[in-house]
Design a protein around this ligand. Structure first.
Ligand SMILES: [Zn+2]
Length: 426
């Protein structure tokens, strides 16, 4: 059975809201439909109007923007000592890919945490910012974990994609980039994107790729890149693997960071599904066993399901994956896990952020403890328990490999898609 990425629930939500906005739209803007100024309202996510915030914006429940991230990073570095902020690269639309590093930066043990690789999965950014602040609060309260470990956060790897998902064409800065995204949409005109405003708005809201229409998580330089079937063959809102491996600024930035960073392990946040991808093929037993330990701790802490992938693999043509996880596991030999937070469809509504935080707040403290040799598995986990997913193949969109082949090629449709919401990794 082929599954479609076009899911009924999310599209209907957009459809209903979009209808109310069309009437008031002006004719400004480069997009085909003039609703862009009300995009946030169209997609059903509220935006902050009071800029004089008394608190970090990532602690709130408004749609978390690139601008909010900039403000919060500045404030975090001001409020706490030992916070190093920086840039690992610049996107096509001129945005900074920020990094935030805390802990003992001379330590040999280093954790990398990455979020918002996919534009519409921006719920992962406030989660990561909460994690950074929480570790700093723990340190201030006497927790010694950060004395022996450093943690580098990339809270929003794909800010251009986030801006497109949140604000449409008007979310972009440069006219040439706006035109490029407009051209991408034009190239999919046979999906009805230019004749149906609901489809047009839906398409932008679901934007997963960067501003070049490339899926960063299919752009890593792996042996199978050239034969990877992305089901798109040209720039799009999702799946397209790009003109060449590591063609994108976001991919290059992450590759350079990892090549220079000597990281011990990596946590990669995506949305949605409440599951954990840990396994892979073609990696050493040493890395596999570390992946398993990370996955096990994450399962205990979050309650998310460890995912194998056998079910998906049965429906696919085998493909070499070119995801960040594949690259880390196979090429770099760096243990890592991919967590899919939230439920429903992406963009996951901000109403879920508190629950997502509750589920994830123990993960980094426990991973730090494990690196320090002080973590103790709960008694029921110390035997063979919790390893039942070890038989899986690890195939997923986020985790890489052959997920593309289980995702349908259908166009957005007002009658909805066929996917079971919440069951397909993103
Ligand atoms: Zn993703």
């Amino acid at each position: 059975m082929k599954l479609s990425i076009f899911r009924t629930r999310g599209f209907r939500r957009v459809t209903a809201l979009a209808a109310a906005v069309c009437v008031a739209a002006s004719a400004a803007g480069i997009g085909f439909f003039p609703e862009q100024t009300a995009f946030a309202a169209v997609i059903g996510h509220s935006t902050r109007t009071n800029t004089a915030s008394a608190s970090y914006q990532f602690l709130g429940t408004e749609m978390y923007t690139y601008k909010a991230l900039q403000s919060d990073i500045t404030r975090l570095a001001s409020d706490y000592s030992g916070v190093t902020t920086g840039s690992i690269g610049t996107t096509a639309d001129g945005r900074t890919i920020y990094s935030v590093t805390i802990g003992n930066q001379s330590a040999s043990k280093k954790i990398l945490v990455v979020g918002a690789m996919h534009g519409r999965e921006y719920i992962t950014t406030p989660l990561i910012m909460r994690e950074a602040k929480d570790l700093l609060d723990r340190k201030a309260a006497g927790d010694a974990g950060l004395d022996s470990v450093s943690v580098e956060f990339i809270p929003m790897l794909n800010p251009d994609g986030v801006c497109i998902s949140q604000s449409g064409i008007d979310g972009l800065q440069n006219s040439s980039v706006k035109q490029k995204v407009t051209d991408i949409i034009s190239s999919w005109a046979d999906w009805g994107l230019l004749t149906d405003q609901n489809k047009y708005t839906w398409y932008l809201n679901k934007w997963k790729n960067n501003a070049n229409g490339v899926d960063i998580n299919r752009n890593f330089d792996m042996p199978g890149w050239s034969s990877l079937n992305d089901l798109r063959d040209k720039p799009a809102s999702d799946l397209y693997k790009g003109p060449s491996a590591e063609s994108e600024a976001e991919t290059k930035a992450l590759v350079n960071l990892v090549n220079q960073g000597n990281f011990t392990e990596v946590v990669n946040y995506h949305a949605q599904g409440q599951c954990i991808y840990w396994k892979n093929t073609g990696l050493s037993n040493e890395v596999l066993s570390r992946d398993q330990i990370l996955g096990k701790i994450a399962r205990i802490d979050t309650g998310y399901q460890l995912v194998g992938g056998d079910t998906a693999a049965q429906d696919t043509t085998e493909q070499d994956g070119c995801s960040f996880k594949d690259w880390l596991d196979v090429k770099k030999g760096i243990p890592n896990i991919t967590l899919e937070v939230g439920l429903g469809t992406s963009p996951v509504p901000e109403t879920q952020i508190e629950e997502i935080w509750q589920q994830n707040q123990k993960l980094l403290p426990d991973l730090i403890s494990e690196l320090c040799g002080t973590y103790v598995f709960p008694a029921e986990e110390s035997s063979a328990g919790g390893d039942s997913a070890a038989s899986g193949s690890g195939a997923s969109d986020a985790a890489g490999t052959s997920a593309g082949a289980v995702i349908g090629t259908g166009a957005p449709s007002s009658t909805g898609g066929t996917a079971a919401v919440g069951s397909v990794p993103e």
